[in-house]
Design a protein around this ligand. Structure first.
Ligand code: ADP
Length: 448
């Protein structure tokens, strides 16, 4: 087993990794920015080391500083968590070049899937259904128009290096395309350092359904079933659930198996997620995330597994602890992302938390890093906690989430808890199977 892991991350995910390491007898070092010096992760880790000022570019993304921290603390592995350096192939290479274990997939897989056009062609070659569109990168507006005329409008122009819901533009007609094409390339160059874009059909009101996968790096792979992450605002997920409601079992299981086989064939190592849009009974690949996802706990609750344990096992050179036959989904799980934002208007709410009470009781999991006296910093994403529930049925999971949200108490900053209560009480959500545009439509109409 690994001896000492350097965690290059913060917030709830740093805590999540510390907890798994502790249970496996692995020592932890948290690399943190100056503003996070008092964080819960720093308090709970065995050691901590400051890697720079608050701005991510100077700390959590500062590779030389991170490598120095690993050397100074004698770590034998680096866990990048979620976000920051977790999907940076150059970083993964740098870690292995220093004879340390990168807790994640190979740099080659990160690179292959991080380029969205290459990921799509890889997926297609592995037999995964994809959204109709261009064969890879499109270089000119004329070429883009030809592709778009062929598949029909509306289309989406997507940046090859895009992520986090950014770098996408919907185009309604042939005549609108050249201007949107130029604007999207310009934005992509500024935001991601690459102006490569591709075209795909814009699907009207699909659902977002993704498969949790796990590979041993040697051609063995399992899936942990699917998650529905359709409750989104500006392409950011707010509520996730597992399994996806209302999709026939045969169809769900078939797509899980297609995705599992693809990951096995790639000889992929560690957790990964293949994301699909689901429309009119069909699945369309959109991307693969080569890391743990924020919403991984719902799959853990559903299947009774610890995915970070699995990840550390595989990184240590042991195989996976389960075969597909061992993975039996039970009941239903829901996650609400409790961000420091106002429930009306979604405005950021940084500041000092003066009191907090976490919900508990049967089937409730609170993955949060907040405490009374914690200062919500404007430098990082606003996730305060993930509230996860598990229950025998979807209806009971919703009731349990309502009960847990009632118990949650926070003073000093605003949170999305009241917003989540409104969604849980909403008839469309309760019926299940809302599309990715549902939330925005409700907000526009003032019905939520
Ligand atoms: P990112 O890497 O930024 O998360 P994705 O490709 O996963 O980008 O897309 C993010 C979100 O954008 C999806 O969850 C979905 O809401 C929307 N989206 C992406 N592709 C399409 C499409 N072809 N048609 C309609 N919506 C899409």
């Amino acid at each position: 087993m690994l001896q000492k892991v350097l965690i290059v991350n913060r917030g709830d995910i740093a805590l999540r990794i510390i907890r798994a390491c502790r249970e496996l007898g692995i020592s932890t070092v948290v690399a943190h920015s100056t503003v996070d010096a008092e964080s819960m992760a720093v308090r709970l880790a065995d050691e901590s080391v400051c890697i720079g000022p608050p701005r991510p570019a100077e700390s959590y993304l500062n590779m030389p500083s991170v490598m120095m921290a690993a050397r100074l603390t004698d770590a034998d592995a680096v866990h990048p968590g979620v976000g920051f350096l977790s999907e940076n192939a150059e970083f993964a290479e740098m870690v292995t070049a220093h004879d340390l274990v990168f807790v994640g997939p190979s740099a080659q897989h990160i690179r292959q899937m991080g380029d969205k056009a290459l990921a799509k062609s890889t997926a297609k070659a592995l037999g995964i259904p994809v959204v109709p569109g261009s064969d890879g990168v499109v270089d000119t507006a004329e070429e883009a128009q030809d592709v778009a005329d062929g598949i029909g409008y509306p289309v989406l122009i997507k940046a090859v290096a895009g992520g986090g819901g950014r770098g996408m533009r919907v185009v309604e007609s042939h005549d609108d395309l050249p201007q949107a094409f130029a604007a999207c390339r310009h934005e992509a160059r500024t935001a991601f350092g690459s102006d490569a874009v591709y075209i795909e059909k814009y699907l009207d009101n699909p659902r977002h359904v993704e498969i949790q996968l796990f590979g041993d790096g040697k051609g063995g792979a399992v899936h942990y079933f699917e998650r529905d992450c359709s409750v989104q605002r500006r392409h950011q997920k707010l509520i996730e659930e597992a399994t996806a409601p209302g999709i026939p079992d045969a169809q769900r299981l078939a797509i899980c198996e297609v995705a599992r086989k693809a990951v096995a064939e790639l000889q992929y190592a560690g957790p990964g997620t293949i994301e699909f849009l689901y429309l009119d009974g069909a699945f369309y690949f959109i991307e693969m995330n080569t890391r743990l996802q924020v919403e991984h706990p719902i799959s853990e609750m559903l299947c009774g597994v610890d995915l970070v344990h699995e990840q550390l096992r595989v990184a240590s050179g042991y195989g996976m602890s389960r075969t597909q036959a061992d993975i039996v989904p039970q009941g239903h799980a829901i996650e609400c992302r409790i961000n420091a934002e106002t429930s009306e208007g979604f405005l950021p709410s940084p500041g000092l938390i003066t009191a907090v009470h976490a919900p508990g009781g049967p089937g409730v999991r609170f993955d949060g890093h907040i405490f009374s006296g914690y200062k919500v910093s404007p430098y990082y994403d606003s996730l305060l906690a993930k509230l996860i529930v598990h229950a025998p049925t979807r209806a009971l999971a919703i009731t349990r989430m309502q009960r847990a949200l009632e118990e949650f108490h926070l003073e000093g900053v605003a949170s999305l808890a009241p917003f989540h209560q409104r969604v849980m009480a909403n008839k469309d959500f309760q019926d299940g199977g809302v599309s990715i545009n549902w939330l925005q439509k409700q907000l526009d109409a003032g019905t939520l």
